[in-house]
Design a protein around this ligand. Structure first.
Ligand code: GTP
Length: 656
């Protein structure tokens, strides 16, 4: 596998598990996220409710407080006493005033919810203030309360009705040069026992105190932010709005944060997702949303009411989800890690397997090639001798295809009947798990024979013969070589007829056969006359040609069974089976005569020349008591010698 391919596999091994794991985990995380959102909604609802309760509780208690003060008899009498025009006014002693003043001082000073209490007469002039300590500094005029919204709002109200001002710093009406905290002024008319209007009670509520209670109730979650704005979108909390970072009491929240404003303006209550925050809000109208209150109608300036109370909580993100749930983070990392590790392991191991598979295939191919194309034959036989496997080499020797042989032929059928016994013996041994060999002849498809050596052993399982495994060596070439060598050893290389060694070996066989069959057997010795002269005259090569041509002349005069041999340089011998002495003499005479009249062409000095030969012959017969050729050879030689002596070119019979 190339490096690029491995890289691609590794990339896939990393990406695919990541995609699979992500596809599996995403729905789970999505459900997790949904559940987080649900719980966020629940939390926002709870925080909003807590804030709303804190705000309305404090304001409602303050309204009741203002009403209770307005109905105090001492206070009514005091106010009535301040009105000199009233006939029904009763005198008010200094000690009464002191008691009332002390009482109101104590009342206001000990409750941080209030900043001041002021009694105002029907003309807008202040007649009593608590606590006294803040009654300092010059007033613009005596009846400066006459121009205030709380005085104007309350002076025409019925008993138990109330006026509540929008939260503000009331800079026009407060003393300058001091820290001025935002307040909400609550005022209610005061009537004397006779039901005559005597003035107005102003109770200023500490807005910081009220809103800090609200914030405390709402900001239980440190990520939560409280929102309180009036109907015009003015920011009513002392503290800013962290997402905007600049908002402070009285600033134009609607302009600074139009997204929040639009979301809250359209509905009385609801929720929205703004800027990565979950906004939960509802409308608060303190004029109508009251409980445990003895108040009649609460009035105010419609332009500033109702308020919008809200809370924001950061929306969960995937990142925040994972950061909060470290278990999830570890689980994700572990899952991705395991998936990627598995992917890499798969890529590497599949590469290794591929390499091994290729090596195994290569090896199997090599082994198969070696088996099929080996220089020897291979085959396997089942227990009945049927061929179950045979390599291409042996099939080629036999001339069959594997479809014709495998499973269809018993190996025995492929062996010549003459050599079948040896195969049977060897196969019986192999089936006994004894390695064996046999020299047999195979019958090929075209009828030829192939001499082979089969060496076989058994393949056993649990001690039981399963099949044989045999190697077959072709001995045909060896046999032919042996035959050739044997023939060469028995043949005269110049003339091609047998030599003396063969004559002696064959003579014994022929003599014993003649004895068995009771047939005569004769022997002729031949010597070419004056052969030395030929050599000397025409050269040695010409002498060789003469010897070859003489052999041809003699061979033509003999029968198939006659055995012509060259026994010396120019000496020849003939063994004639089933031939009497007289018949042999006739053969010898025929040879002598034919030789003498047959010209022999030789090449001498680059020219063809015809020569005439003569030969001398000694003839004898092998006697009945003779088992070897030697005595006959000697007799024939004696006859030959006499023929030479008598002048050559003649036949001499030497019978005994
Ligand atoms: N060219 C040739 N000459 C051979 C071969 N073998 C033997 N000779 C020669 O044959 C000759 C035989 O000579 P000799 O034995 O004197 O006999 P001869 O000349 O035939 O005379 P006689 O037998 O008495 O008639 C020798 O000169 C050998 O060298 C051979 O294979 N080739």
């Amino acid at each position: 596998m190339s490096l690029r391919r491995l890289h691609t596999r590794l990339l896939l091994a990393i990406c695919i598990p990541l995609i699979l794991v992500s596809t599996t985990l995403l729905p789970v995380l999505h459900v997790h996220m949904e559940s987080r959102l649900d719980s966020l909604h629940t939390e926002a609802d709870a925080l909003l409710k807590a804030g709303q309760e804190a705000l309305t509780r404090d304001i409602n208690e303050s309204l009741n407080y203002a009403l209770a003060i307005a109905e105090m008899p001492a206070l009514r009498r005091y106010l009535a006493a301040q009105d000199n025009s009233s006939i029904s006014a009763q005198p008010y002693s200094l000690s009464d005033l002191s008691q009332l003043s002390t009482f109101l001082n104590t009342l206001i000073s000990h409750n941080p919810r209030y900043t001041k209490l002021v009694l105002i007469d029907n003309h807008g002039s202040e007649v009593l203030r608590a606590p006294k300590s803040i009654q300092t500094g010059p007033r613009v005029n005596a009846n400066h309360h006459a121009y205030t919204d709380y005085f104007k709002g309350a002076s025409s109200l019925q008993p138990r009705d109330l006026y509540i001002s929008p939260p503000g710093r009331n800079l026009h009406f407060e003393l300058m040069g001091r820290d001025v905290i935002p307040v909400v002024n609550v005022s209610t008319p005061v009537f004397d026992a006779a039901g005559e209007r005597r003035g107005v009670v102003l109770l200023s509520l500490n807005w910081d105190y009220l809103t800090s209670a609200l914030r405390q109730a709402m900001l239980l979650d440190q990520d939560a932010n409280a929102i309180l704005i009036d109907a015009q979108g003015r920011w009513l909390l002392d503290e800013g709005f962290p997402p905007l970072n600049t908002t402070s009491f009285g600033s134009d929240f609607a302009a600074l944060s139009p997204l929040y404003w639009q979301a809250m303006q359209q509905r009385n209550t609801g929720h929205a997702k703004v800027d990565g925050q979950l906004l939960r809000f509802q409308t608060e109208d303190i004029r109508t949303q009251r409980y445990r209150s003895l108040a009649g109608t609460v009035f105010s300036e419609n332009a500033y009411y109702p308020w919008k109370l809200g809370v924001t909580l950061p929306l969960p993100t995937w990142r925040s989800l994972i950061e909060e749930e470290t278990t999830v983070l570890w689980f994700l990392l572990l899952t991705y890690g395991v998936a990627v590790a598995f992917g890499i392991f798969w890529a590497l191991s599949s590469q290794r397997q591929r390499q091994l598979r290729r090596a195994a295939q290569r090896h199997a191919h090599e082994v198969s090639d070696l088996y099929e194309n080996a220089p020897c034959g291979y085959h396997s036989l089942d227990t009945t001798g049927r061929v179950i496997k045979m390599n291409r080499t042996e099939l080629a020797w036999l001339g069959y295809t594997d479809e014709e042989v495998i499973g269809h032929i018993t190996y025995r059928e492929l062996i010549t009947p003459e050599t079948r016994d040896q195969f049977d013996k060897a196969f019986a041994n192999v089936k006994q798990n004894q390695p064996s060999s046999a020299e047999c002849s195979l019958l090929t498809r075209n009828g030829e024979q192939r001499h082979v050596m089969i060496q076989a052993s058994a393949f056993c399982r649990n001690g039981q013969f399963v099949h044989s495994r045999a190697t077959v060596f072709d001995l045909t070439e060896r046999k032919e070589l042996e035959e050739k060598l044997r023939a060469q050893a028995m043949t005269d290389p110049l003339t091609g007829v047998f030599n003396r060694r063969y004559l002696q070996a064959q003579a014994t066989t022929e003599i014993s056969r003649a004895r068995r069959q009771n047939l005569p057997i004769a022997f002729i010795a031949i010597d070419i006359d004056h052969f030395k002269h030929i050599n000397d005259t025409y050269g040695h090569d010409a002498g060789d040609d003469v010897l070859k041509n003489f052999t041809k002349i003699v061979t033509k005069l003999l029968r198939q069974e006659d055995l012509l041999c060259r026994v010396g340089g120019e000496e020849f011998a003939i063994l004639l089976p089933n031939t009497s002495l007289s018949q042999a003499e006739q053969v010898a005479e025929r040879i002598r005569r034919t030789t003498a009249v047959t010209p022999i062409n030789v090449t001498a000095e680059h020219a063809e020349q015809a020569l005439w030969l003569t030969a001398s012959l000694g003839v004898t017969t092998i006697l009945d008591n003779e088992k070897a050729l030697k005595p006959a050879l000697k007799r024939a030689d004696i006859g030959l010698y006499q023929a030479k002596e008598n002048g050559r070119n003649q036949v001499v019979v030497n019978a005994a």
